[in-house]
Design a protein around this ligand. Structure first.
Ligand code: BGC
Length: 613
């Protein structure tokens, strides 16, 4: 038989015919591969509605197996396109078509500050996240999403959530157990809305308090920042409900708190996204230290900052991201770049991506163009600019974090949980009490029970938005009393003895005759976020100073309560104020201020940053 075929092929005409046919076939299939090649490698299989393309009961789907076994199994089944998808983090409003979540196998979504669902309720968030997860589950391997938010003082995006003091206030408490409880309560409220990833704690160490992000930090002491950060992570990551846990992202690794005035790479900012010239030793001592504590708490992820160190972007710095973070500190979680951080100030987007991934960025907060990301990543692998092994390493870390949150095993399809519970509000009120720092007191606080008349004024007296600061519903915060909570004024009115009259006027225009026993001015900074708050000389506004002066004229003693994200320059104004209280940005539970003003609880807070009085 073999011989017969051989002699048949030897016939010259048949041989030429077969040869031409072979060439044509090669050209035909080659063309198909050429025209479909780039896109077919970028897409992840989209499954049928009935989920028919999914296999069940594979090792990675078995919750009883160790995470390592599950990750190994899952990785071995993934295509390059599926792996690349896992490395992408997209802002939810940049998803052009929700089917893209499956098409590109996207690994994670986020709501940037203020990116809310309609309606902006706990239920609305839950339904939104659930719908996104539904699309992710349609992929061939049904890999669920991480969904991230900036719950940096409670689940601040959601009206009705408990708003805890911003971290600067928690830094004033120096109370790790309290901070651990705040972390846990935050996880509970976040998980109640279907979310499994939180971009906090902020472990930057603020060396220059003119920086607009000072209040996001625990202060200027790296060891305190580390101790409180560790406690927060322990609390946040230990919460579990129906098998769902929340992953923390310690941020921003590393050094933004040391950025120098005037060094920002953003033309609108001064310090934020700037450059520091710290020595290696000082960088480690003042900035890296808190992240060491976070790693002790087994933090699941770390966000890489938008700042520079000695002129080089940290996001491209292999020494910091790989040698120090992985080699020395033995960080096991995954790294995620900050908002557009890989591309910021880098016009060649391909090159920027190659640098960042090779330096040690595992997940890229794009947060916009996932199509280009997918294309460039495929190109980088094809060109040999990014090794497949580097991609496997990054995806392994991301998958471990996903398995640890339980999102593979729990079907969050029930109703949303509760936010803003009485228990959490009570915890927040406790945190407010512990955060107050008495900067000056000429015998007026605690306010005497015998005070028969108290007058209250000031821009922050009756304004829950202002006392909550930024990252509350909107990135730059809100104004007024339209989210649930208690204004500081209301706290005072509720707590004052029944024999005491409390009068309020925002501008201190009091007409009642005679001097009040005590005037309480509640004044401070309007909310700001990030570099928009960089300010050369933070101080009180002229209006607030006028209000304090007017209050002084109608009161025997004046107490000034300062709502601010950092120390304010009050040196020339404060001489005739009888008491000064730093209340930081206390959040929704303003009643905690009255608890201490009226002596039900002592002042225990101490300064988290220097305040030159
Ligand atoms: C901030 C991060 C934040 C991220 C996502 C960035 O602008 O620097 O702290 O986590 O946005 O909202």
């Amino acid at each position: 038989m073999r011989k017969a075929i051989f002699s048949f092929l030897q016939t010259p005409i048949i041989g030429v015919f077969l040869g031409v046919t072979l060439v044509l076939l090669c050209l035909f299939f080659g063309a198909i591969l050429f025209f479909s090649g780039s896109s077919s490698t970028q897409y992840v299989t989209f499954c049928e509605e009935d989920g028919g393309c999914r296999s069940k009961d594979l090792p990675y789907q078995n919750a009883l197996l160790p995470i390592e076994t599950r990750v190994n199994d899952l990785l071995s089944r993934m295509t390059l396109a599926e792996k690349i998808g896992q490395m992408a983090l997209i802002e939810k409003n940049s998803i052009r078509d929700p089917n893209d979540i499956a098409k590109y196998g996207l690994g994670a979504l986020l709501s940037g500050a203020g990116a809310k669902p309609t309606p902006n309720t706990a239920e609305g968030w839950f339904e939104m996240v659930k719908a996104f997860q539904g699309y992710a589950k349609k992929t061939r391997l049904s890999i669920p999403l991480l969904y991230g938010v900036d719950a940096n003082h409670g689940h601040g995006n959601v009206p009705g959530a408990t708003i805890f003091p911003h971290q600067i206030g928690l830094g004033a408490t120096k109370d790790a157990d309290l901070v651990r409880a705040v972390g846990r309560a935050t996880a509970e409220e976040v998980a109640a809305t279907g979310i499994n990833w939180v971009y906090s704690p902020n472990l930057d160490v603020a060396l220059d308090t003119r920086w607009g992000r000072t209040y996001e930090t625990f202060g200027s002491d790296p060891v305190i920042a580390g101790t409180l950060g560790k406690a927060y992570i322990e609390g946040l990551q230990s919460f579990e409900t129906n098998g769902i846990r929340v992953a923390a992202a310690a941020k921003h690794y590393v050094g933004n708190g040391a950025s120098e005035w005037g060094s920002s790479s953003n033309k609108d900012f001064h310090i934020d996204q700037g450059d520091s010239t710290l020595s290696d030793v000082e960088m480690r001592r003042t900035q890296i230290e808190p992240f060491r504590h976070a790693i002790e708490a087994d933090v699941r992820s770390m966000m890489v900052g938008l700042n520079n160190w000695n002129g080089e972007k940290v996001v491209f710095n292999t020494y910091l991201l790989t040698d120090v973070l992985r080699g020395e500190l033995a960080f096991q979680g995954f790294t995620v770049s900050d908002w557009y951080g890989v591309y910021e100030k880098e016009s060649n987007l391909y090159r920027a991506l190659v640098y960042a991934v090779n330096a040690g960025v595992d997940m890229v907060m794009l947060p916009f163009d996932y199509k280009l990301f997918s294309k460039n990543m495929h190109q980088a692998v094809a060109n040999g600019d990014i090794d497949q092994a580097r991609i496997d390493e990054a995806v392994r870390r991301i998958l471990i974090a996903k398995f640890e949150t339980g999102v593979f095993d729990s079907d969050v399809t029930d109703h949303a949980g509760e936010i803003g519970t009485d228990q959490h509000r009570e915890l927040a009120r406790r945190a407010v009490r512990a955060s107050l720092v008495r900067l000056k007191n000429d015998g007026v606080v605690p306010i005497s029970k015998k005070a028969s008349r108290i007058v209250v004024a000031g821009s922050a007296a009756d304004n829950i938005g202002m006392q909550s600061g930024a990252w509350t519903v909107e990135w730059q915060g809100i104004d007024g009393n339209w989210i649930p909570g208690t204004s500081i004024l209301k706290g005072i009115q509720d707590r004052a003895p029944s024999s005491t009259t409390v009068e309020y006027d925002l501008n201190a225009n009091f007409t009642t005759k005679g001097m009040a026993d005590v005037g309480i001015a509640i004044v401070g900074e309007r909310p700001y976020a990030e570099g928009w708050g960089d300010l050369e000389d933070p101080t009180l506004s002229g209006e607030d100073l006028t209000i304090i002066a007017k209050l002084k004229q109608v009161s025997k003693k004046v107490v000034v309560v300062i709502i601010s994200g950092r120390p304010l320059n009050i040196k020339n104004d404060a001489k005739d104020w009888d008491a000064i209280i730093a209340a930081w940005l206390p959040g929704s539970e303003g009643a905690g201020v009255a608890d201490v003003l009226f002596g039900d609880y002592p002042f225990v807070g101490t300064l988290p940053v220097d305040w030159d009085l």
